[in-house]
Design a protein around this ligand. Structure first.
Ligand SMILES: NC(=O)c1ccc[n+]([C@@H]2O[C@H](COP(=O)([O-])OP(=O)(O)OC[C@H]3O[C@@H](n4cnc5c(N)ncnc54)[C@H](O)[C@@H]3O)[C@@H](O)[C@H]2O)c1
Length: 252
C-alpha cells in the first residue's frame, strides 16, 4: 500500500528558513506538494527557497513575514492563494524560546512569546480556513512540544505555556472544521537538533538522553516524516490528536 503522495497540493510552512520548518518544507515538496514558506529571516529564507527548488523541482514561493503581525499574515496568505492557487496544508511551525527564568521575563517578552507561538496559529488558521472549507479539504498541523505536556525538561515558563495552549487550540478547532474535511492536529517533538537547541550545555542535553528510549536526539527529518503523514489524504480519520515524536522521552 503506498500513501502520502501530495502531488497537486499546496502547503504553507511558517518559520521555514532553517531547522524543522525547512526540513518539513523539503519533506512535503519531495512528496509532490508546491510550497510557500515564510520567516522573519529574509536572507536565510532566500537560501532555503533556492535549495528547496533545486532539490525538488517544485514551485516554492517565499515571503518575509513576521507571523505575530496579523496584516502581514493576511497579505501572505492572499499572495500565496494568488501565486499557487490555493492552500491545502498549513504547518504552524515557527516559534521562539527565550530561555529565561521567571524573574528575568518582562511583560513585553511574555506577550511576544505568546504572539509568535500561539496567536500566530490563530491568525493563519483564520486566514486559510475559508478556502479549505470551500474545497472541502484541509490539513492543519501545529507544532507544539513535549514542554506543552510536562512543562519541559529545559524550558522557559512562557514557552511551555504557549505549547500547552497549542494542544487545546487544535482540539477545539478540529471540532469546528471537521465536517468540512479539514483535520487539525499537533505534533509534540522531544529534543531535536536545531538552532533552537544548539546553545544547550552537555548537561542539559544529557537530561534528554537519560530519559530517551532511542538514546539519541531527534533530527528535523524525524518531525518532517510525521508532518507528511498528517498532511496526507490517507490521514483523513486522524484529527484533534497530538502525535508525540520524542524517542520515548515522555510516555503518556
Ligand atoms: N528544537 C527542539 O528541540 C524543539 C522541541 C520541541 C518543539 N520544538 C518546536 O519546533 C518548532 C521549530 O523549532 P526549531 O527547533 O526548528 O527552531 P528554530 O529556532 O531553528 O526555527 C524557528 C524559525 O522560526 C522563525 N521565526 C521566529 N519568529 C518568527 C516570526 N515572528 N515570524 C516569522 N518567523 C519567525 C525563526 O526565524 C526560525 O527560522 C518550534 O515550534 C519549536 O517550538 C522544537
Amino acid at each position: 500500500m503506498s500513501f502520502g503522495n501530495l502531488t497537486g497540493k499546496v502547503a504553507v510552512v511558517t518559520g521555514a528558513a532553517q531547522g524543522m520548518g525547512k526540513a518539513i518544507a523539503l519533506g512535503l515538496a519531495q512528496r509532490g506538494a508546491d510550497i510557500a514558506i515564510c520567516d522573519i529571516k529574509k536572507d536565510e529564507l532566500e537560501i532555503a527557497c533556492a535549495e528547496l527548488k533545486n532539490a525538488t523541482g517544485k514551485k516554492v514561493y517565499m515571503q518575509k513575514v513576521d507571523i505575530s503581525n496579523e496584516a502581514q499574515v493576511n497579505q501572505f496568505v492572499s499572495d500565496v492563494e494568488r501565486q499557487l492557487g490555493k492552500i491545502d496544508i498549513l504547518v504552524n511551525n515557527a516559534a521562539i524560546h527565550p530561555l529565561h527564568a521567571i524573574e528575568e521575563i518582562s511583560s513585553d517578552e511574555w506577550d511576544k512569546v505568546f504572539a509568535v507561538n500561539i496567536k500566530a496559529h490563530f491568525f493563519f488558521c483564520k486566514a486559510v480556513i475559508p478556502g479549505m472549507r470551500k474545497r472541502k479539504f484541509g490539513r492543519i498541523i501545529s507544532i507544539s512540544s513535549e514542554a506543552g505536556k510536562n512543562g519541559g525538561t529545559v524550558a522557559a515558563v512562557h514557552y511551555a505555556a504557549t505549547k500547552g495552549a497549542v494542544l487545546s487550540f487544535v482540539r477545539n478547532l478540529a471540532q469546528q472544521v471537521g465536517a468540512d474535511g479539514i483535520t487539525v492536529n499537533a505534533i509534540a517533538p522531544g529534543r531535536i537538533e536545531t538552532a533552537m537547541t544548539a546553545t544547550a550545555t552537555p548537561e542539559q542535553t544529557q537530561k534528554f538522553l537519560d530519559k530517551s528510549i532511542i538514546k539519541r536526539l531527534g533530527s528535523p527529518a524525524d518531525i518532517a516524516y510525521a508532518v507528511c503523514y498528517l498532511a496526507s489524504e490517507e490521514a483523513s480519520f486522524v484529527t484533534a490528536e497530538t502525535m508525540a515524536v520524542n524517542g520515548g522521552t515522555l510516555r503518556d
